[in-house]
Design a binder for this molecule. Structure first.
Ligand SMILES: [Zn+2]
Length: 594
């Protein structure tokens, strides 16, 4: 455990605005800053930084917290690792501590290192199957010994316990081996290797750690590829294969391929900026990661239908990225690997330099769909093309140029194409405004409150809102804690997460810790409760909640408790008062409605 005082100091010495600004382009908006959320894919900024409370919150995906939360999420680190990273960023020495998670991680990385060595050794055995695997890499994939070494390529023999024995001999415990994802437990309870009779590709992260493996069959049997499952050190959606090599290249033009076999051939042909997502379609997180190293990305997927669909999906992910994106079409080959082996690297470089831009790609695809010799075909083509040109990523100049081209292709006057395009742009603007209004409405107080049915269901909505507001008020002004504590019955709070939050705030006060996002993070182990608190704080950042507000919330909570449960606790006298208060409530309720 790292002492809480130390953690607070780490957070104090890392300004949230400056920290987040390293990853997100922020624009000032009053006392806050906004930008495009790095944790989800969005077009208009809903990610907000609050310098006053040194916190952040995203109204789009609900991510929120302090500097530690931010570092943890963006770098995919453990809590302790994030504190360490921020400490070193601020030049603070680390206190002595017991980092159990960090130790487990480094054991896992050690297992992967040993496994990679095992697979590499197996490739070089004098057995017929090892010889077949070598033939696969060298003849079928055309790789040199150098490339095999550089990528640490290997072979997993047809053996259920080869790797298992190898790792056991090196002192790894069964539990650790199971966590590595390299072995599995059978129904009978025995451990066995998951990679068997496959060529093996180690997956390495940006920092050079081996975090997972991919295995491919040598023939056409199924499944063709299997990958390590996700583990403590391997998150598929945040990993790009070969980024550790590509980031060292002098070129800032990255080539995004479909699979690691393509990437390896590309590197072998001298294109050292080739990378790919492994075991998943491209994600927003990977695009974010890529944008830290690349200025330009060339999408280079297979020319089949699946590849073209993937191209389209990926293009959307790049829409808000600073990275310039282009699309490569490979004529006369099913994938880049085949193209390079058929026509050579120079021809490939030629088409690489002549890559088309996204608009060009979409228009080309639309054009192929229709028969431009018919009136219907031309009209349908114009309609679809206008939809493409009205998209958010297309510049006015590009619109003008392509409108001219479409006019030429279809024999329609350019002016007619342009005026249709203007109509489409107005429609798109209207839709964007409506969406923005809906988003704003969804951010309003009380959005998404779900009260458990046994706590009063919908009737408890008003007390639920009141208790959330109470949390916001206490965060703004911790001096109010004793006042609230003496008047609030925790049992009246309908949502268990909010009850936990109020208790955590009390604990902060008892332990004389600052009441902030950092303290609450260690006191609220429930992630849902924590993000709820961050949301409530964000929603109230624009207004100051004072004693009168607190009184109103307390009153709502008192009145909101189901009368039947109060009745059970009251004597005769109290019962009469209760009846009187029910009558009053009706008036108050009616007044509030209007
Ligand atoms: Zn977000």
């Amino acid at each position: 455990m790292i002492p809480q005082e130390y953690i607070q100091e780490v957070v104090r010495r890392n300004d949230i605005e400056e920290l987040v600004g390293q990853y997100v382009q922020l624009r000032r908006r009053g006392r806050t800053l906004v930008g495009l959320c790095p944790f989800h894919n969005e077009k208009s900024p809903s990610f907000t930084v609050y310098p006053d409370t040194q916190s952040f919150y995203c109204f789009g995906c609900g991510a929120g917290g302090d500097a530690i939360t931010f570092v943890r999420k963006i770098n995919n680190l453990s809590y302790v690792e994030s504190v360490k990273q921020l400490a070193s960023r601020a030049g603070m020495p680390m206190p002595e501590e017991d980092d159990k998670e960090g130790r487990a991680r480094s054991r896992l990385l050690e297992i992967n290192r040993c496994a990679a060595r095992y697979f590499y050794e197996q490739l070089n055995q004098r057995t017929p199957e090892a010889a077949a695997a070598r033939r696969y890499w060298k003849e079928k994939r055309g790789l040199s010994d150098g490339a095999i070494r550089r990528f640490g390529l290997g072979y997993a023999p047809d053996d259920f316990s080869g790797l298992l024995h190898y790792l056991r001999q090196r002192g790894f415990r069964e539990e650790e081996l199971e966590n590595s994802g390299l072995v599995k437990r059978s129904q009978k309870g025995n451990l066995y290797d998951i990679f068997r009779h496959r060529v093996i590709v180690p997956i390495i992260d940006v920092r050079g750690n081996i975090i997972a493996f991919g295995g491919r069959v040598l023939d056409d049997s199924k499944p063709k590829y299997i990958n390590s499952p996700e583990t403590m050190v391997y998150k598929k959606s945040r990993t790009l294969f070969a980024l550790n090599v590509a980031k060292k290249s002098t070129s800032k033009r990255f080539i995004l391929c479909e699979g690691y076999m393509d990437v390896i051939s590309m590197h072998e042909a001298g294109f050292d900026t080739a990378v790919c997502a492994c075991g998943t379609a491209l994600t927003a997180e990977q695009v974010k990661l890529l944008s830290e190293y690349a200025e330009e990305t060339v999408l280079c997927y297979d020319s089949d239908e699946a590849g073209q669909k993937a191209t389209e999906r990926s293009l959307h992910l790049f829409e808000n990225s600073p990275v310039k994106v282009t699309v490569l079409s490979i004529p006369g080959a099913k994938d880049p690997d085949e193209f390079i082996r058929t026509y050579g690297r120079d021809r490939f470089e030629m088409i690489l330099n002549g890559t088309s831009n996204p608009t060009e790609f979409e228009l080309g695809k639309a054009k192929k769909k229709y028969d431009l010799r018919t009136d219907d075909g031309r009209l349908e083509y114009i309609r679809e093309a206008i939809g493409i040109l009205a998209g958010s990523g297309v510049s006015p100049t590009a619109r003008d140029v392509y409108a001219g081209r479409i006019a030429g292709e279809t024999g329609v006057a350019k002016q007619a194409v342009l005026s249709q395009l203007e109509g489409a742009l107005r429609g798109a603007a209207r839709r964007a405004r409506r969406q923005e209004q809906r988003d704003l409405a969804a951010q309003g107080n009380g959005a998404g409150i779900r009260v458990p049915y046994d706590r009063g269901g919908d009737r408890a909505l008003a007390p639920a809102k009141a208790s959330r507001q109470l949390v916001a008020a206490l965060l703004q002004d911790p001096d109010q804690i004793p006042y609230v504590r003496s008047r609030l019955d925790l049992e009246t709070i309908p949502e268990p997460e909010i009850r936990a939050a109020v208790e955590a705030i009390y604990t902060c006060a008892d332990q004389r810790q600052p009441v902030n996002a950092t303290s609450l993070q260690s006191l609220l182990p429930d992630e849902k409760a924590y993000s709820l608190v961050m949301m409530v704080q964000a929603q109230n950042s624009g207004q100051t909640l004072v004693r009168q507000d607190i009184d109103m919330y307390l009153d709502r909570l008192r009145r909101g408790t189901p009368k039947s449960s109060q009745a059970a606790k009251t004597d005769d006298d109290g019962f009469r008062r209760l009846f009187a208060s029910i009558a009053q409530d009706k008036h108050a309720g009616a007044a509030e409605e209007s």
